[in-house]
Design a protein around this ligand. Structure first.
Ligand code: AMP
Length: 376
């Protein structure tokens, strides 16, 4: 049995070995000597962020040659004002950090929100210098400008446990790091529901969810919910959506991937409104391949432009959705679809995954055409 076939069960999920402990220890020992060079003769205060970093902090300071202080804190979240959103604060920090070199020890940095707020907190307490050192770093998930000073290991945007990291309380005691196995990954049926705005993708998704037990991910809906909650992502997306333009690829791809990772139980996904560019399609292919799965079919709903405009104007009157109110914006969205995204039909046609479906007729008639198009 190869070492990489090692698996563990935690609660309802299985995880496979991803980073063996000797690899972790080597990376930590290299980090300790880089840190010593960076800090020089100063006596740093190592600040371990609980709970996840307890093992990392312990092994790192054991490898650090020179006098140092070590303490542990927790990060607590509380609801800030509407404009600041969720705010995170250090709790349990009794040491005076004013004028000191503080090394923040994190187990994992993904979006970077927490570590950025820890930095502000420590700067507010008068630290002379704050160094961020993390065991794991997810470049694909990272959204901040702040440079992470020391990274022991870069990892893919996957769910990891072990060596301090937990899944619902379990797994912190494992010496290696493990990654989640998607039980259904080889039998997953992932579908792209393709078509211009107003083609009926939302309506038909409900049918596909009920019939095939898939999880529906609509990038438009996810953006709209972020706008409603006034998140940073929502603010950014709004400026593009208001004009009927596409939100930049990097933001959209990262958001979509993190939504997929929230559903490890899924039997498959309906991607609605994604991909809309070749870059997004390539990123989706690569992401699914890393997870041992692929796109089963692209189902493209065919509806002529005049029919779309009249459907969307009607929908705008009922729903009040901002980008459905104005005929000029509607036509621009259809134009954007035709210019930038029809090329995707060719992309999936070349892979033999493309099926066009007539999108004119009753909801039931279109549903049964889709069901037919789903057959192997
Ligand atoms: P939809 O609800 O799918 O029509 O999307 C509404 C708006 O959200 C679009 O006009 C874009 O501004 C944005 N959007 C949705 N999906 C994507 C995507 N895959 N790439 C870029 N922008 C998107």
């Amino acid at each position: 049995m190869s070492p990489n076939s090692k698996t563990v069960q935690l609660h309802d999920k299985r995880f496979k070995l991803s980073i063996p402990s000797d690899h972790i220890q080597a990376a930590i020992s290299a980090m300790a000597s880089h840190l010593k060079k960076d800090i020089g003769e100063e006596q740093p205060l190592f600040l371990g962020i609980l709970n996840g970093s307890f093992r990392f902090a312990s092994d790192l300071v054991s490898n650090y040659e020179g006098p140092c202080d070590v303490t542990f804190v927790k990060v607590a979240s509380y609801e800030g004002t509407r404009t600041t959103g969720e705010v995170k604060r250090l709790i349990g920090l009794d040491e005076n950090v004013a004028g000191r070199v503080v090394v923040v020890l994190e187990d994992i940095v993904d979006t970077g929100t927490t570590v950025e707020q820890i930095l502000y907190d420590l700067e507010g307490r008068g630290a002379k210098r704050v160094i961020i050192a993390t065991l794991l770093f997810k470049p694909e998930a990272y959204t901040r400008q702040l440079t992470i000073d020391h990274v022991a290991l870069q990892v893919a945007n996957e769910f990891l446990v072990g060596y301090g990291l937990d899944y619902d309380g379990l797994g912190r005691n494992l010496n290696d790091i493990y990654t989640l196995i998607l039980e259904n990954e080889n039998s997953m049926k992932n579908i792209i529901l393709f078509g211009p705005p107003g083609a009926g993708k939302g309506t038909q998704s409900t049918f596909l969810v009920n019939t095939f037990g898939l999880v529906h991910l609509s990038t438009g809906d996810i953006f709209r919910s972020n706008i409603k909650q006034e998140t940073d992502l929502g603010k950014l997306a709004k400026s593009y959506m208001d004009k009927g333009e596409l939100v930049p690829d990097d933001v959209t791809i990262q958001m979509l991937e993190s939504e997929v990772l929230k559903h490890p139980e899924a039997k498959g996904f309906i991607f609605d409104g994604f991909p809309r560019t070749v870059a997004q399609a390539e990123a989706l292919d690569a992401f699914l391949e890393r997870r041992g799965t692929d796109i089963f079919r692209m189902l493209a709903l065919d509806v002529p432009e005049e029919e779309l405009v009249s459907r969307l104007v009607g929908r705008g009157k009922e729903s009040g959705r901002a980008d459905d109110q104005n005929e000029e914006i509607i036509r621009n969205r259809i134009k954007v679809y035709e210019q930038q995204t029809s090329i995707l039909a060719q992309f999936y046609q070349a892979k033999g995954r493309f099926v066009a479906v007539d999108g004119i007729g009753s909801i039931e008639a279109i549903s049964s055409r889709l069901e037919e198009a789903m057959k192997d």
